[in-house]
Design a protein around this ligand. Structure first.
Ligand code: ZN
Length: 581
């Protein structure tokens, strides 16, 4: 902690100080796992001669200390061919000895100095297994709403606890990206899964200045570190496309999260023992109907050839051979949300009627991964908490939060019989969402706004759970939670759950701006709300607010106070024993 504070102070003092034009990757104050390969790059703002470049590490020749072969680029160019300056790149270097490193790069009057903290891990892994559960976009309001909707509340006290409520260690997590206080699911999950913060849309790389999305300085992913250091098994489970940003961050290196076809290849390179989710369209070669690939690579066949059993439905998942590697792809795109899949049968459920839920997928993964005597790392994502918070479809987002919480319950049940399991539950970023009271259809009048109950007028909602499955029997009850976003595009607020299909609040007009979707104009009592974010945003956006992380099991006591997402990786590295020792 002292070194972090010292680094902060040093940075503060440098503001307005020495002329520093060059950029060094890894960035200043990077924390680097000992023995973990990374790409080193210096970008000079001017064109410099190769023999003018001097790079030192703790006062010694950096190129010798880092190893690898230096590649000097005389002129890096932008998309339009404009020269950006010279660069020096060393790929796949590493630092084995923990400690503090100061790197200084000089050339042609430019100087840049950065400090790195290289950390090791205990000689013995702290945990045998790690289950990392990520609620995409999971904010405090989602938890509160899920608790009230699922458990109920009487006289101001919750009638029950969520599974995640009882995890015994907690930290506030900062989610900002290297280029902005705001963030997206790529760089946030990448920080958790590599220990390095990066830019929006980036996975497993620092975002350099060149246009290519595949040449950026790489950092090691957790999956690669697990493969490099031992023989723990790896599992990836998500309700989104499996090549979407969050699951991709476990394995991927690209500046563009949209490189989904390439990400499938990166998943194949790592070959996690269990892969369950949606997104089969990027596994199919281009001439197969529904394919989103632009080449002839057939990754379904490639995974099969690599020994994977394939499941494409809930029943196939149940029938899959008990041993060996497993690829489950249950949707061409994102899987349907719990509310549609289990209750309303809307969305794309008619086309994909037999999708497993997040709890089934989590339990299947745990059962299989735990057969590895060396233990495992499992990442479980509840993806649609975020995907339904963007269009402000609160009932879908909250019911998915309840489902995510049940997956946490499955992890806790596993840990009870498998001591040595670290469970981490967190979000990658927040939404600007709040529960502010109730909406009561029985309040007088037809003006829906006047039916919003605040303060004493909110009372308690009247959801019921007669079959005790933890889900409300109905979400369209007469007195329901009033949930609103603090940021929004133009849209019609209907004050009602969207029982027909997921909410589509906006449509694009001829000017390319997102305007309120007129389909909701005539819902009784709907009011037009003029947005407070730019018109090129189709939906509510991510918030910069901290995320709450909770954890239990060996190593969980390291989570406390305020931490950056990149700091979380150090705890995972300790748990899994990923540092060189
Ligand atoms: Zn999002």
């Amino acid at each position: 902690m002292r070194t972090v504070l010292a680094a902060l102070a040093a940075t503060t003092m440098l503001v307005g100080g020495a002329a520093e034009a060059a950029t060094v990757y890894p960035l200043d104050r990077a924390t680097i796992l000992a023995g973990s390969p990374f790409d080193f790059k210096v970008e000079f703002d001017g064109v410099v001669a190769p023999d003018a470049v001097k790079i030192s590490l703790n006062g010694n020749d950096a190129l010798k200390a880092l190893g690898g072969t230096a590649q000097f680029v005389a002129e890096e160019k932008d998309k339009g061919g404009k020269v950006l300056g010279s660069a020096l790149i060393l790929r796949g270097v590493k630092l084995d000895a923990p400690g503090r490193y100061t790197l200084e790069a000089k050339a042609g009057g430019e100087t840049k100095s950065v400090t790195w903290e290289v950390y090791g891990t205990p000689a013995q892994p702290v945990a045998k297994n790690v289950i990392f559960l990520l609620g995409d976009g999971l904010s405090v309001a989602h938890r509160t709403a899920a608790r009230i909707m699922s458990k109920g509340m009487t006289e101001g006290k919750a009638n029950g606890r969520l599974e995640m409520d009882d995890l015994d260690h907690m930290a506030f997590i900062g989610t900002s990206s290297t280029g902005s206080i705001a963030t997206d699911s790529a760089n946030t999950m990448s920080a958790y899964m590599t220990g390095h913060k990066s830019a929006i849309n980036a996975l497993g790389v620092y975002a350099d200045r060149t246009p290519s999305s595949t040449d950026d300085p790489k950092v090691e992913t957790i999956a690669e570190a697990i493969r490099r250091t031992g023989s723990k098994a790896i599992g990836i489970v998500s309700t989104s496309e499996i090549e979407d940003a969050t699951p991709a961050a476990v394995v991927a290196h690209t500046r563009r999260r949209a490189d989904k076809a390439d990400i499938v290849g990166m998943l194949y390179d790592v070959k996690p023992e269990v892969v369950l989710g949606g997104g089969s369209a990027y596994f199919l070669k281009k001439d197969i109907p529904g394919s989103k690939r632009k080449d002839d690579k057939d990754y379904i066949q490639a995974f099969k050839d690599a020994g994977y059993a394939l499941a494409t439905s809930h029943s196939e998942l149940a029938k899959a051979p008990a041993d060996g590697k497993l690829l489950g792809l249950f949707h061409t795109s994102d899987m349907d949300v719990a509310l549609d899949r289990m209750f309303l049968k809307k969305g794309t459920v008619a086309k994909f009627p037999d999708q497993p839920g997040l709890v089934d997928m989590t339990e299947t993964a745990l059962k299989r991964l735990s057969k590895n005597p060396e233990g495992f790392f499992l990442m479980v994502e509840g993806a649609s908490i975020d995907k339904q918070s963007h269009p402000m479809d609160w009932e879908r987002a909250v019911v998915d939060t309840i489902e995510f919480d049940k997956a946490v319950g499955a992890a806790k049940a596993f840990a009870k019989t498998h001591p040595g399991t670290l469970i981490v539950v967190t979000g990658d970023h927040t939404h600007a969402v709040s529960v502010i009271g109730t909406i009561d259809d029985d309040k007088p009048g037809t003006d829906m706004r006047e039916k919003v109950g605040v303060y004493d007028g909110a009372g308690f909602p009247n959801y019921e759970d007669k079959n005790h499955d933890g889900y409300p029997d109905r979400v369209d009850v007469s007195r329901r939670l009033a949930i609103f976003a603090a940021d929004f595009p133009d849209y019609y607020e209907t004050f009602r759950p969207k029982m027909d299909n997921p909410f589509g609040p906006t449509i694009k007009n001829e000017k390319g701006e997102y305007v309120a979707n007129e389909a909701y104009k005539d819902v009784p009592g709907a009011v037009h709300r003029t947005g407070n974010i730019p018109k090129d945003e189709s939906s509510a956006v991510h918030a910069v607010d901290d995320v709450v992380l909770q954890a239990t099991g060996p190593g969980a006591d390291a989570f406390k106070g305020y931490m950056e997402e990149s700091d979380v990786y150090k705890v995972l590295a300790d748990a899994l024993g990923l540092g060189k020792h």
